[in-house]
Design a binder for this molecule. Structure first.
Ligand SMILES: Nc1nc2c(ncn2[C@@H]2O[C@H](COP(=O)(O)OP(=O)(O)OP(=O)(O)O)[C@@H](O)[C@H]2O)c(=O)[nH]1
Ligand SMILES: [Mg+2]
Length: 435
């Protein structure tokens, strides 16, 4: 048995079903009560506030009270805290750069309370300096992760194109900037990535000769992924579940977190199933599945509001958007097309499920479930059932319920992920390209 199973078994042996249930519920809620502190360090004007807004997907138009003001003139001279919109325990700290007359390098780490941050992002809009290297060294000394970000890459591209003309190359420019950053930071950081950032994900400009250049800045997302990968598990879960699902990679990180939740949820369901009261043990705990389906949908950015917003950006109706998603999902093999409508209907039904609407037409779909579950994941159900046996002992109802809930949750997650991935493809206008 793995350490985790042993731990769960010991909780079950000591505290019974209720103990296990409480433990699983605590694990499910943990991400909402875990504080995260990320420091964004850099001199005045390098784009700290812009980065802080970008990582939270906040735009000036939203007029959010937590929007970090950006300005061409110096604005922040003391560490300033900003919250994530949906999680007030995730803080981004805007930290003024070192080596100024206000902050001497000697006492910088102490003055800025470096020990309280989980990770650091060091930004520069120009050459990195010796001071940036010294700051990184102080972070290294306390064993925390740090990342170098070179901001305002749109300006770099524009300037380079103007200066180099026909010789201009986007990759060449990126390489030049990275190598220049490494040169200035010195040997100690030659293995550290340099993230090439911009306050927009895409930028275009037209030259005097009427030639159009368009650039993408994928490092805006890559730096987030690097950040979440390096954080300890609890902090990682809190951050991943509080960020918007804007890229394939972030969706993959979210899926990992949602999969962990499935284990805890099936334990909650198994624990209910194990209560020996006739009638209480539904093979599938619909309340759990319905609540988690809603959670998955919100997490993956495919809830009703998000979908209408994405459709309106593309200038199409929501139903046209769904049609396109459906064809991309089938074409790219995320889904067999006949499963699409069954599963999306089921997802729809679960979104409005209240435990009361048993006469709903879509409830009829549930009648198809046993067959679907068998077709979809029989082996897996058997396997996850096997894994739970040591925990629930021979309580058949517990294993049944946990297994069915896990399988159903997995089915919903597969469906939701397919929709989320296909909607990214449609939003990026890549339907033809990928086809
Ligand atoms: N072109 C371009 N301008 C940027 C970018 N990021 C920030 N800026 C601009 O640079 C100026 C400074 O950006 P801020 O985000 O306020 O920089 P800051 O580091 O918070 O500055 P202080 O608060 O003074 O320390 C603003 O006018 C921003 O609009 C970028 O990626 N590209
Ligand atoms: Mg600022």
């Amino acid at each position: 048995m793995s350490t985790k199973s042993e731990e769960l078994k010991s909780i079950f042996d000591q505290f019974g079903v209720k103990g296990l249930n409480d433990y699983a519920k605590e694990k499910l809620e943990e991400w909402k009560s875990t504080p995260v502190n990320l420091a964004v360090v850099g001199n005045s004007g390098v784009g700290k506030s812009s980065f802080i807004n970008k990582i939270r997907d906040m735009t000036v138009q939203q007029k959010h009270p937590e929007y970090a003001p950006t300005d061409v003139v110096q604005s922040t001279m003391k560490p300033t805290k900003y919250e994530f919109p949906d999680n007030k325990l995730i803080h981004l700290w805007d930290i003024p750069g070192a080596g100024t007359k206000e902050f001497s390098m000697q006492t910088y780490a102490k003055d800025m309370h470096f020990e309280k941050y989980d990770a650091f992002i060091i930004l520069s809009a120009d050459r990195f300096t010796e001071n940036d290297g010294k700051i990184a060294q102080k972070i290294k000394d306390i064993g925390k992760p740090f990342y170098f970000g070179r901001t305002k890459m749109d300006q770099v591209m524009k300037n380079e194109q103007r200066e180099r003309g026909d010789q201009f190359s986007e990759t060449g420019t990126n390489e030049k900037i990275i190598s220049d950053c490494h040169k200035n930071l010195g040997k100690a950081y030659e293995d550290n990535n340099i993230y090439l950032l911009c306050y927009e994900d895409e930028d275009s400009f037209i030259t005097k000769q009427k030639k159009t250049f368009t650039f993408q800045f994928p490092d805006n997302e890559n730096i987030k992924i690097a950040l979440v990968k390096d954080l300890p598990d609890k902090v990682k879960a809190a951050l991943v579940l509080s960020m918007a699902a804007k890229s394939k990679e972030l969706i993959a990180e979210k899926v990992r977190q949602l999969q962990v939740r499935m284990i805890w949820l099936s334990l909650v369901s198994g624990a209910c199933g194990a209560v020996p009261v006739p009638g209480i043990s539904l093979a599938i705990d619909l309340n759990i599945v319905a609540a988690e389906t809603k959670f998955q949908i919100k997490q993956l950015g495919i809830d009703g509001d998000a979908m209408s917003e994405k459709a309106s950006v593309l200038g199409i109706t929501s139903s046209q958007f769904h049609e396109r998603i459906k064809s991309v999902a089938a074409r790219d093999g995320y889904f067999k097309s006949h499963f699409y409508s069954i599963i999306t209907n089921l997802i729809d039904f679960l979104q409005t499920y209240s435990g009361k609407n048993k006469t709903d037409d879509k409830m009829l779909l549930l009648l198809k479930l046993p067959a679907m579950l068998t077709a979809f994941a029989a082996e897996e159900a058997a396997e996850s059932g096997m894994k739970l046996i040591p925990i629930f002992g021979s309580t058949v109802a517990g294993i049944m319920s946990a297994t069915c809930t896990a399988t159903m949750l997995k089915l919903m997650l597969n469906g939701n992920v397919a929709v989320a991935k296909a909607s990214l493809v449609v939003s990026a206008g890549m339907e033809e390209k990928a086809g």
